[in-house]
Design a protein around this ligand. Structure first.
Ligand code: EPZ
Length: 430
């Protein structure tokens, strides 16, 4: 099993290209099931989760053609991928595929809308909480579908004549359930209004793509989304938005290790709350042409309290990384997780590097220490793993991060991007 070896202590200087967003690419790829025409996506990141979803979509009948790889001086490359689903050949999404990645469950929306039925295994994914699917069941039922659970599968059936537009209020904000409702309602008869919708930029990106395919969606990015159903959708060409979590992660790495880095091909407007927290911690951050410049001072990190919340609040997907940064703050910081009940797996591993963290329910108290020392560590989810990389960059000596496959799910060529900026980071195979 691959490991990442980090020798801490070097500042980061240079350019880091930001990839297309994993969490936008996944629902966009799934949207290709809604049309028999070709959906072309630009800026698709090369990640294990994307490759897995390609396999899952292939199972339903999507033909995939990849091209347009382009190298730039800074080392970034972006893939253009063409998805064509002339006919859906299978409406079942099996356990062995869906159990590996929660987002693959989202195929339920397009399959149900286009074929009138779907049989989808209950999902898996990162071990960060129980992550139920009740909101999907209730939401699709509101559109007239019959939803039954049988043998670990959800069997969804649309009424004769297809899904019917309705008004539905989510009792809790869910990114995935908002994606699925938008996709399903796009092909429903009549108008659907979703209240208490997720407002994440990835929801807006999906709505923009669906509209380019002929859907009639308004209000994405607000709490109320209105979808006027259409009888069919066509192909389109769409560029995946930049990965705000990757952007924030590298910004935190610079704040932690010190240095001066330009994050290229990204947009400061995607992560206001995290930028604000980073600035309060002492990092200097400014918008530059086509990206963001981050200057970190390494040794003079101020403690900042954060609480994770749905967008536009502080993202749960940056919580572990921010906690990594706070381990070296000059004082006490508190990090409260409100989205997932089990997203503190990094705490005990950060402690192995010398961090002082006490957990009290959903809040972690971090007593900043002057220095961290390298150690072997491992993590059980993607963002937790990268928080250990960030801490390792600032720790004295060698840190070995095990279970690198978690990182490969969401960070494209991490070690290469960091090495180009002066870090000592290498992948050890086997
Ligand atoms: C998306 O997951 C992201 N995944 C997650 O990123 C991210 O952490 C999360 O949104 C929150 O921002 C992708 O976009 C692929 P939710 P999602 O439904 O859609 C509860 C990463 O590291 N809930 O918004 O699965 C749920 O348990 C990942 O890239 C229900 O109770 O998250 C959670 O507490 C991990 N019932 C809360 O809602 C449901 O039916 C928000 O989850 C659905 C969700």
């Amino acid at each position: 099993m691959d490991r990442i070896r980090i020798v801490g202590g070097n500042a980061l200087n240079g350019i880091i290209p930001i990839s297309g967003a994993k969490n936008a690419a996944l629902p966009l790829m799934i949207a290709s099931l809604l049309t028999s025409d070709t959906l072309t996506l630009e800026n698709v990141p090369h990640l294990a989760d994307v490759e897995l979803l390609l396999r899952i979509l292939g199972n339903h009948g999507v033909d995939v053609a990849v091209n347009g790889r382009r190298e730039r001086q800074s080392g970034s490359y972006a893939r253009t991928v063409h998805f064509t689903c002339r006919t859906i050949v299978d409406t079942t999404a099996p356990y062995d595929l869906v159990s590996k990645m929660r987002a693959s469950f989202w195929v339920i929306g397009p399959l149900l809308a286009r074929e009138g039925k779907a049989r989808v295994s209950l999902p898996g994914g990162c071990a960060i909480g129980t992550r139920p699917v009740d909101l999907f069941i209730e939401g699709l039922a509101a559109l007239g579908a019959t939803m039954e659970i049988d043998g670990g599968y959800i069997e969804a059936t649309a009424p004769k004549g297809g899904l019917i537009g309705a008004s539905y209020t989510f009792p809790k904000v869910s990114v995935g359930a908002t994606h699925v409702m938008m996709m399903a309602a796009s092909l429903a008869r009549g108008v659907t209004t979703i209240h208490n919708a997720a407002r994440e930029p990835e929801v807006v990106d999906l709505a923009n793509c669906l509209n380019a395919m002929g859907a009639k969606i308004s209000g994405a990015g607000t709490q109320t989304i209105t979808i006027e159903g259409v009888t069919s959708l066509s192909g389109a060409r769409h560029r995946v938005l930049p990965d705000r979590i990757e952007t924030g992660t590298y910004a935190m790495a610079v704040a932690m290790a010190g240095g001066d880095v330009t994050l290229e091909d990204t947009d400061i407007a995607l992560l206001d709350t995290a930028i604000e927290a980073l600035r309060r911690s002492g990092a200097e951050i400014s918008a530059v042409d086509g990206g963001i410049r981050v200057i970190g001072h390494g040794d003079a990190i101020r403690p900042v309290d954060i609480v994770t919340e749905p967008f536009p609040g502080f993202p749960t997907d940056l919580q572990a990384q921010f906690m990594g940064l706070m381990t070296r703050a000059q004082g006490v910081a508190h990090v409260t997780e409100t989205i997932f009940e089990n997203r503190f797996m990094h705490v005990q591993e950060l402690a192995r590097l010398g961090a002082k963290i006490t957990l009290n329910g959903q809040t972690a108290r971090i007593d900043g220490v002057q220095r961290l020392r390298g150690a072997p560590v491992m993590a059980t989810d993607l963002r937790a793993s990268v928080s250990l990389v960030i801490a390792g960059l600032a720790a004295e000596g060698e840190t070995l991060v095990n279970r690198v496959y978690h990182l490969d799910r969401g960070f494209e060529r991490l070690e290469e991007k960091l090495t180009r900026c002066g870090a000592i980071v290498e992948r050890i195979s086997g």
